[in-house]
Design a protein around this ligand. Structure first.
Ligand SMILES: [Zn+2]
Length: 395
């Protein structure tokens, strides 16, 4: 059965796709469009800009602004399409009989379009309990943008009751994911002729030693660390993804880099791993390097960090609500990250549920089926019904 708001959602989705909101670009044209759509219903939007003023989060409340409501949240940025074998223009919506294609239709402009199409319906029902829209930027580059909005919300007199983030989960309710921390360690040694190894500090050697240390940490976590069968794999992982160093075989490398990441279970504190790795570089490797050359160093750079989303009892009512709206009593975990842990960190119970599959995200010819969009509309219908009945917390 076709949902009465599907055409409206598709019109909006077509508009959203046409804004090139790769994380490297400004998202303001899209944000201005959303602000105009909401303005048409006399709904005010608050914009929280980044330091450059070229990107912004949008926060809007449908209904009374003096009390907490249900927050629908998603990011406006998308990953690049460059170099991918697209058969349709990525920044244009292509409609086929049972699906639409375009960069971001699944991740996650489809959800934003559905939420916007639902605005008139939410307006009708939100006299007592409001619906908040939180649209962020720079999610794809480490959940950076939403932090500005969340620090404002954390200090505001009214925080959302709960949040549903519409990352693509095929409309299944995801209650947890791992956290992530990623670093680049730049090793500075001392160059020299390769025949005089005792006079130089071989940065590549120390980078390799650090990577080996990380491998041992990974093994310890796998063998002796916390295990949670809800995740695949069921333990915290440590992974080195890039090592570089050296310019020629006959030169002692004075520079090398190691990039690594930790993906921690919600119950594991990644800081423990990071602190131990830092102590290893500072107390074991650097002193050995400095014994030869005082200018040696290992400098750490943070690439990404976002917290895990934990399955918490505080979110039980939200899980029940989302599962009943999704028509599926089973919850799951997801392997990808989201802004969920950040919402949770300011005390807002959060789940992840949105149309489309993560399998299609970030790929050429990204698509979402009309059935998924319709299912998301029905999901929001149920939420609207529960808001109207004042029974969000009901079992
Ligand atoms: Zn996403």
């Amino acid at each position: 059965m076709v949902h009465p708001l599907l055409d409206s959602a598709l019109d909006i989705l077509g508009r959203l796709i046409a804004f090139d909101t790769r994380s490297s670009e400004s998202n303001l044209p899209l944000i201005e469009y959303v602000r105009r759509v909401l303005g048409g219903y006399e709904i005010e939007s608050t914009l929280v800009y980044d330091a450059t003023g070229k990107k912004a989060n949008l926060y809007a409340t449908i209904g009374p602004r003096d009390r907490p409501g249900l927050c629908l949240s998603g990011h406006t940025d998308v990953v690049p399409a460059t170099g991918q074998p697209w058969t349709v223009p990525p920044f244009e919506m292509t409609r086929e009989s049972d699906r639409v294609l375009g960069r971001g239709v699944a991740d996650m402009k489809g959800y934003l379009a559905v939420a916007l199409a639902m605005v008139p319906r939410f307006l009708d029902v939100s006299r007592q309990t409001p619906v908040h829209l939180a649209f962020s930027y720079d999610e794809e580059v480490g959940c950076l943008g939403v932090r500005g909005l969340l620090s404002q919300l954390a200090a505001a007199p009214v925080k959302p009751l709960a949040c549903i983030i519409g990352e693509p989960t095929s409309m299944q309710v995801a209650v947890a994911h791992k956290g992530k921390r990623a670093y680049r360690c730049c090793v500075t040694g001392l160059a020299g002729h390769s025949s005089l190894t005792h006079l130089g500090v071989n940065a590549a050697d120390f980078a390799a030693e650090f990577a080996t240390y990380l491998r041992h940490t990974a093994r310890d976590l796998r063998e002796r660390g916390l295990h949670d069968p809800a995740f695949e794999p069921p333990y915290t992982t440590v992974h080195t993804g890039r090592i570089s160093g050296g310019i020629a075989l006959n030169v002692i490398p004075d520079h090398a880099e190691v990039e690594f990441e930790i993906r921690n279970l919600p119950g594991d504190d990644p800081k423990v791993v990071v602190d131990a790795a830092r102590a290893y570089t500072e107390q074991t490797l650097v002193p050995e390097m400095r014994a030869v050359h005082a200018g040696s160093a290992i400098a750490w750079q943070t690439l990404t960090e976002y917290p895990a989303l934990a399955d918490q009892p505080a979110a039980d009512w939200l899980k029940r609500l989302a599962c009943s709206a999704a028509g599926n009593p089973k919850t799951r975990t997801v392997s990808f990250g989201s802004e969920g842990g950040l919402f949770q960190a300011i005390g807002v119970p959060t789940v992840v549920c949105g149309p489309g599959s993560i399998e299609q995200a970030h790929k050429a010819d990204e698509y979402v089926t009309l059935a998924q969009l319709a299912q998301c509309l029905s999901f929001m219908d149920t939420l609207a019904g529960r808001i109207a009945a004042g029974s969000l917390h009901a079992a």
